[in-house]
Write a new protein. Structure first.
Length: 568
C-alpha cells in the first residue's frame, strides 16, 4: 500500500474491526490517530532501532542526557531507546511492555504522547483484549518514508482527520475547517504574491495562531508548492489551546518532515509562545463568538501598554475574534505580510462609534490594511450554519488596491451536498473557487464585486441636542445664557465621512428640528461594513393577481378547505 487512499481505507477499516462496540464513533480518532503516528515513527526508526538501544544503555549512566549523542549518531531529531516497537510487542506482558515502549521515546515525542491523553483509551483496549489486535493491524502497514513519502503521509493524516471530524460534527468545527473553505482562503492569501514566491532559494513562513490539527498550515504549504513554486522552503508555525489537537498538529509536523518545535501549546492571546516573531503569511479560523473572559485581566493589562497588541481597543468579552486579528497584525513583517482569517458577521458591524470593535476596524481601515472581504455561503461548517466571511489584511497592498477595500459577494458560489455532515450542507467546488479568485483579480460583475474607498465605511456620530423648554420658551443656562439641553430629546446622527457635517445638519436636521444644535465636542468617528446593504437587490412585491392565483391553486389542492374556513 503506497497510495494515500488505500492506506486511509485500510486504517479506516481497522476502526470497524477493532473499535466498533467499544468506543463511540466520535472517539475513534482519539485512538487511531496516535497509533498512525506511532507506526510512522517506528518505521522511520526501524533501521536504527538496535543501535539506539545500545547507545542509550552505554551512555545512560555516564551522562545526564544522552539524547544529543543518539540524535547525532542516527541523524534524526527523535528516537526510541526501548527494545520494543509495535512490530516487536507480543501478547505476553503487553501492559508493561507497551508502557515501556512509550516511555522509550525522546522528550519531544513523549510530550506529544502525553497530550494525546492515551491513558484511558489504552486501559479500555487492554481490559477488553483489543490492544494487541489493534497493534497487529498496524503492523501490516509499512509507513517508512521510502515507501510512503512525506507528502503522501500528510494526505493520509488529513484524510483520516477529515473523516473523524465528520463523525464528530458537534465539536469538529472547533478545530477542523472544511477543506473547501481552506482552499479558498489560501488561494486568496497567496495568489496575489505569485511573483514574489517564485525563484530559487526562497524561504517563507506561515503562521496560524489557532492551528487546531494543522490543516490550514499543511494546505497552505501544499497550495504554494503545487501552484507556484515546488522548490520553495515553506516553514510552518502554529499555536493551539486544546492539548489533543495540539498533539495531532505536532505529530503531523513530525511525520511529514516539518519542524514540530514550531508548534506550541497554549492560548495565543495570553500565552504568546512566539513573542517578537514575525511571519510572511498568517492564516486562521478563530473560534466564532467565544468568550475571552478567562483571559480578560491579561488582555486588558496589555491593552494599557501603548506598544501592546491590543492598545487600539478590545472587543466585548463575549467574542474574541478581533483579538486574534490584532495578534496577527502585531506579527506582520515590516517588509510586508498577508493575513487571511475566517470570521462570522459580528466583526463587520458589532459596536457603535467609540466601541472597541469600531476602534479596531477604524485602525485597520485607516492604516489601509484591509484589502478584501469575501462573503461565503451559509451552511459551510460542520458545527454551525451561520454566514461567514474571509478577511484579507495586508501591509503591502499593490498600487491599484491602495486606499480601497474590495468586497466579494460569494454567497451563491456553492453546491448542495448529497449528504449533510452535521450543519454542513453546502460546499464550494474547485470551479467556483477559481471563479471567486478570478473576480478577486479581475472584477467584472458588479453584482458580485464592489470596490469602495476606505472612507466609505466611516462615519461621524454627531450628538443632536434640543432645548429644555418651559412655558414654551427655552430654559437658559445662567452663566452662558445658552439654552440648556433636554437629555430626553437628545439624538444622534451618523454622517458619512464623505459628507460635510455642517451641510448635512443644515439640510437634513434643521428643517425638521429648527431649535436643534450639534454638540461637536462629543463627535465620534466609527467604522462598520454592512455587506447586506451594499449588495441589496430590490425585489418587487408580488401582484395581487399572483397571490390570488396561488391561493386558488392551494384551494383546489386542499379540496375546498379554504372555503370551509371562510364560511365558519
Amino acid at each position: 500500500m503506497t497510495n494515500h487512499q488505500e492506506i486511509s481505507s485500510f486504517i479506516w477499516n481497522v476502526c470497524d474491526d477493532v473499535l466498533r462496540g467499544l468506543f463511540k464513533q466520535h472517539e475513534y480518532g482519539d485512538v487511531i490517530l496516535p497509533f498512525v503516528v506511532l507506526r510512522r515513527l517506528d518505521c522511520v526508526l526501524e533501521p536504527h532501532k538496535d543501535k539506539v538501544h545500545e547507545l542509550y544503555n552505554t551512555y545512560k549512566d555516564k551522562i545526564e542526557d544522552p539524547s544529543p549523542i543518539i540524535q547525532n549518531q542516527i541523524g534524526l531529531s527523535f528516537f526510541n531507546h526501548s527494545q520494543y516497537d509495535l512490530s516487536r510487542l507480543t501478547a505476553n506482558s503487553l501492559k508493561l511492555n507497551f508502557q515501556n515502549y512509550l516511555n522509550g521515546y525522546s522528550k519531544n515525542v513523549l510530550e506529544i504522547i502525553e497530550n494525546f491523553q492515551l491513558e484511558k483509551p489504552i486501559e479500555k483496549l487492554l481490559k477488553n483484549n483489543r490492544l494487541y489486535l489493534l497493534i497487529t493491524k498496524f503492523k501490516e502497514i509499512d509507513l517508512h518514508p521510502d515507501v510512503v513519502n512525506n507528502h503522501t503521509m500528510g494526505q493520509v493524516f488529513e484524510e483520516l482527520l477529515r473523516k473523524f471530524s465528520e463523525m464528530s460534527n458537534e465539536t469538529s468545527g472547533e478545530h477542523y475547517t472544511p477543506r473547501d473553505v481552506v482552499k479558498l482562503l489560501v488561494a486568496l492569501v497567496f495568489a496575489e504574491d505569485k511573483e514574489d514566491l517564485q525563484g530559487e532559494g526562497k524561504i517563507r513562513s506561515i503562521f496560524d495562531p489557532c492551528c487546531g490539527t494543522g490543516g490550514m498550515l499543511s494546505i497552505g504549504k501544499e497550495w504554494i508548492l503545487e501552484n507556484i513554486n515546488a522548490d520553495i522552503d515553506i516553514r510552518l508555525f502554529g499555536q493551539e489551546l486544546n492539548p489533543q489537537t495540539y498533539a495531532i498538529c505536532k505529530s503531523d509536523m513530525l511525520i511529514t518532515g516539518q519542524n514540530p518545535n514550531n508548534i506550541h501549546l497554549g492560548s495565543s492571546l495570553s500565552e504568546d509562545k512566539l513573542q517578537d516573531k514575525t511571519f510572511d503569511y498568517m492564516i486562521t479560523n478563530p473560534p466564532f463568538g467565544v468568550s475571552w473572559k478567562s483571559e480578560q485581566d491579561f488582555v486588558e493589562a496589555e491593552a494599557q501598554n501603548p506598544q501592546g497588541r491590543f492598545a487600539v481597543g478590545t472587543p466585548r468579552s463575549s467574542d474574541g475574534s478581533l483579538l486574534f486579528l490584532q495578534h496577527m497584525i502585531a506579527k506582520m513583517e515590516t517588509k510586508g505580510s498577508r493575513v487571511g482569517v475566517v470570521f462570522n458577521g459580528s466583526p463587520l458591524f458589532t459596536g457603535d462609534a467609540g466601541s472597541g470593535e469600531s476602534e479596531i476596524r477604524k485602525w485597520i481601515i485607516e492604516n489601509d490594511w484591509l484589502e478584501a472581504i469575501v462573503a461565503l455561503p451559509d451552511q459551510l461548517f460542520f458545527n454551525t450554519g451561520i454566514s461567514t466571511y474571509i478577511w484579507i489584511v495586508t501591509n503591502k497592498k499593490k498600487a491599484n488596491r491602495k486606499g480601497k477595500v474590495q468586497l466579494i459577494n460569494a454567497t451563491n458560489f456553492c453546491q448542495t451536498m448529497k449528504k449533510s455532515l452535521g450543519s454542513k450542507r453546502k460546499f464550494i467546488t474547485d470551479e467556483q473557487r477559481d471563479e471567486i479568485i478570478k473576480q478577486y483579480h479581475f472584477p467584472t460583475d458588479e453584482s458580485i464585486v464592489k470596490v469602495f474607498p476606505n472612507e466609505y465605511f466611516g462615519y461621524t456620530k454627531v450628538t443632536i441636542e434640543q432645548p429644555l423648554m418651559e412655558n414654551d420658551a427655552p430654559v437658559l443656562d445662567k452663566k452662558s445664557k445658552l439654552p440648556k439641553a433636554d437629555g430626553s430629546l437628545r439624538d444622534f446622527e451618523r454622517i458619512p465621512l464623505s459628507t460635510d457635517v455642517e451641510t448635512y445638519f443644515e439640510t437634513e436636521v434643521k428643517p425638521h428640528l429648527p431649535n436643534a444644535w450639534m454638540d461637536r465636542t462629543k463627535d465620534k468617528v466609527g467604522y462598520e461594513i454592512n455587506f447586506t446593504k451594499y449588495f441589496y437587490q430590490y425585489k418587487p412585491l408580488r401582484s395581487l393577481q399572483e397571490i390570488t392565483a396561488d391561493l386558488l391553486k392551494l384551494e383546489d389542492e386542499s379540496d375546498g378547505l379554504f372555503q370551509k374556513i371562510i364560511k365558519r
